[in-house]
Write a protein that binds this ligand. Structure first.
Ligand code: BGC
Length: 700
């Protein structure tokens, strides 16, 4: 298909049509599609998707195929852990596979465009959308973004890097709020995953709702047109977010719909989602000379090129897809859930021995099939969902498992069921207590000011703890929660996030000995007052702990120290980024460098000896962090640069080696250049962001 020739044949109205994405109500857009007045539909699947595509490619004048968009965020029929849980896997390859499976399933239902991955670096767990992203670290977010993009696009559905940009910094963790991000931080932290996404060949980008320093992102020409399209070289299409074009009126940035359409198009938005300002106003504005035709042509070209790159002109219904193996999808969902679960505490309570004769399974999330799937789930095959209760019953048999929900749902304050839960606990050898958040406590527009356990769940936990039985608390949640009181009262705590279709069996596997593989992609705060708390912060002139996080947990801090902390709260998170236990113990020693000096375009090798000192084979995520000690601008106290997942047998030692490229240490310097600076650096290799042996080197 020659795109220039096609554009040459199009009427102005057909061109404007390509810039519109609409959500049909049933088949009410049939005529508009036949008239060539729609470029994309959102939220149509199955027969409706087939119907609309056929109207476009068989009955419209120019037979231009439709982009059929859907929020396929963490699976389609088979649901994988929420993206934040996937991030805990520290396994981008597994995430890529999950995305490819989701794409196959979605594409077989007619979807050829997913609004994923969400690349908003997020450091405020109050924000409901932390569930949809990959956490607080720009490097990790970038890796997973690339993995998902490759996974989706390898299966012929377009990925969408969203939300461009800064949505994760919404003030106070309130959705849709304004964000203020200093330019250097914007460059190093928030833009980085989008640079990677462009490099990975992402076909589409979505603008954010956010008012970033006074300009709504959807109308921000400096960001979309100049930075994303020209400087970063993004060649795909930019879609607005839902109504974000006309919301510029409410922001106080556009006077009316025509003005909003003007701002969006001028900024580089190629397709308007949901609202109709392009359809209703662009034609007149062109006639009046307010909008140049070249703007429309440039946007149409991008839309058509994405369709071409997806192969839609040749295969508008997607490739023939036969035999999508549910078993394969479920196997991968189970294995990704194993890797996503983070073991936070284990006082020798786990794994449960086969000697358990009777188990009490308690809690509102033990058998909550829909809730364990998490947010943004529209197309799940609910027959595939396995809860913790079903997993445990299958393993132990019905007779040995006593189930009492205790509370009707996670937010409930109805304590009538607690006495039954206590009775079940008293009869059991151990209790598996499933607590946390319902699915609809996270996701878009679901922010929380109080991020402890909702409802009467803590009281349920206290009551069960009162029985003196060993308690394994399994937490399902869409965000980092404040967990101090949960940790205190439980023998073991497993953070499973919202683990998806196979969550229940994966958790059962872990309770009985399969290794929990997750490491925290966000710091877990001690209290909401600490938020935002993230590992890669700056040192300040008065750091609370000059030696970094080496103070043993529980040491009282001097409140009169005139340092950067609270007088009534520790400055450290409850659990740091990168943290997660396994069923064995590891030690780190003997850190070595191939050289302690490297040129600004060179590389070095760093290695450490990791030993499994426990008595089980175990998995470890070995993490490498670097700090630039003196820069032309101040640098974070640590930054993750690489990691490896290894497995060691009891007593086994392995030297784990990394290559560090000097170019990986570049940042936005005092003159706003991406530069590697000479000077002294500290490098750590350890099990998380707050420990591990360190060594110094220089860049010359
Ligand atoms: C969200 C996007 C989503 C879109 C389409 C918006 O409200 O912000 O992330 O892709 O809706 O459903």
């Amino acid at each position: 298909m020659n795109i220039s020739e096609l554009i040459g044949e199009m009427t102005l109205r057909e061109k404007i049509g390509q810039l519109c994405q609409v959500q049909p109500n049933g088949r009410d857009q049939e005529h508009r599609v036949r008239d060539g007045m729609v470029g994309s539909l959102i939220n149509v699947t199955g027969d409706d998707a087939y119907f609309y595509q056929s109207q476009a490619v068989e009955h419209s004048r120019l037979k231009i195929p439709l982009l059929l968009g859907r929020d396929v965020i963490h699976g389609f029929n088979t649901i994988f852990p929420i993206p934040l849980g996937q991030a805990a896997s520290f396994d981008p390859r597994a995430v890529r596979t999950a995305a490819a499976i989701a794409a196959r399933e979605a594409n077989s239902a007619g979807v050829n465009w997913t609004f994923s991955p969400m690349l908003d670096v997020s450091r405020d767990p109050r924000w409901g959308r932390v569930a949809e992203g990959f956490g607080e670290d720009p490097y990790l977010v970038s890796l997973y973004g690339r993995a998902m993009i490759e996974g989706y696009q390898s299966e012929k559905i377009a990925a969408c890097a969203k939300h461009f940009v800064g949505y994760g910094a919404s003030e106070g963790g309130r959705d849709y709020s304004e964000a203020s991000i200093p330019p250097r931080q914007l460059h190093d932290v928030y833009l980085r995953p989008f640079r990677e996404a462009v490099d990975a060949g992402v076909l589409t980008v979505m603008s954010a709702f956010t008012d970033l320093d006074g300009v709504p992102c959807t109308g921000n020409a400096a960001l979309i047109r100049d930075l994303l399209k020209i400087r970063m070289g993004f060649g795909g299409l930019v879609v607005s977010d839902w109504n974000s074009v006309t919301e510029m009126i409410t922001h106080g940035f556009a006077g009316d719909e025509a003005n909003a359409a003007f701002h969006a198009l001028a900024a580089g938005i190629d397709m308007e989602m949901a609202s109709n300002s392009f359809l209703d106003h662009l034609e007149n504005m062109i006639a009046g000379g307010e909008v140049p035709l070249e703007w429309i042509d440039a946007a149409v070209r991008r839309v058509l090129e994405v369709k071409q790159r997806l192969g839609l002109f040749d295969e508008p219904y997607g490739p023939e897809r036969t035999g999508i193996a549910a078993n394969d999808a479920l196997f991968n969902a189970r294995s990704l859930a194993h890797k996503s679960c983070v073991l936070l505490k284990n006082e020798a309570t786990l794994p449960l021995g086969e000697g358990i004769r009777r188990l009490a399974v308690i809690g509102p999330l033990a058998d909550a099939a829909a809730d364990q799937l998490g947010c943004w789930v529209f197309d799940a095959d609910h027959n595939r969902t396995r809860t913790v209760l079903s997993g445990l019953r299958e393993r132990l048999g019905d007779v040995r498992v006593d189930y009492v929900a205790g509370l009707p749902h996670s937010r409930s304050n109805d304590e009538a069921g607690i006495p039954h839960a206590i009775e079940a606990a008293c009869r059991a050898d151990a209790v598996v207590l499933c607590l946390g958040e319902d699915a609809d406590l996270s996701g878009e527009a679901h922010c929380r000011a109080h991020i402890g356990l909702p409802g009467a769940q803590q009281r349920l936990l206290e009551a069960i703890a009162g029985t003196g039985k060993p308690i394994v608390t399994v937490l399902m949640a869409g965000r980092p929660l404040v967990l101090g009181p949960v940790i205190e009262r439980s023998g073991a705590v497993l953070l499973a996030w919202h683990p998806g279709s196979m969550g229940g069996v994966a958790i059962t596997d872990i309770l009985f000995g399969e290794e929990p593989g997750g490491r925290l992609p966000m710091s877990l705060p001690r209290s909401v007052g600490q938020v935002p708390v993230y590992y890669n912060h700056k040192n300040t002139g008065r750091p609370p702990d000059q030696k970094g996080p080496a103070i043993p947990a529980g040491t009282p801090l001097d409140p009169s120290g005139f340092v950067a902390t609270y007088i009534d709260e520790d400055h450290r998170p409850l659990f740091p980024f990168g943290y997660g236990l396994s069923y064995t113990d590891f030690t780190y020693s003997d850190i070595l460098l191939s050289t302690d000096r490297m040129p600004a375009d060179g590389q070095l090798k760093a290695s450490v000896l990791v030993t499994n000192t426990g008595n089980k084979t175990g998995n470890e995520v070995v993490q490498l962090y670097v700090r630039d000690l003196v820069g032309s601008v101040t640098r974070p106290v640590r930054e993750l640069k690489d990691f490896q997942r290894i497995s060691l047998a009891p007593g086994e030692s392995r030297r784990v080696e990394f290559e560090v490229e000097a170019s990986d240490l570049a940042f936005c310097d005092i003159r706003f250049r991406q530069a590697v600076e000479p000077g002294e650096y500290r490098l750590w290799i350890g099990p998380n962001s707050a420990s591990g042996p360190d060594i110094l080197f220089r860049i010359e």
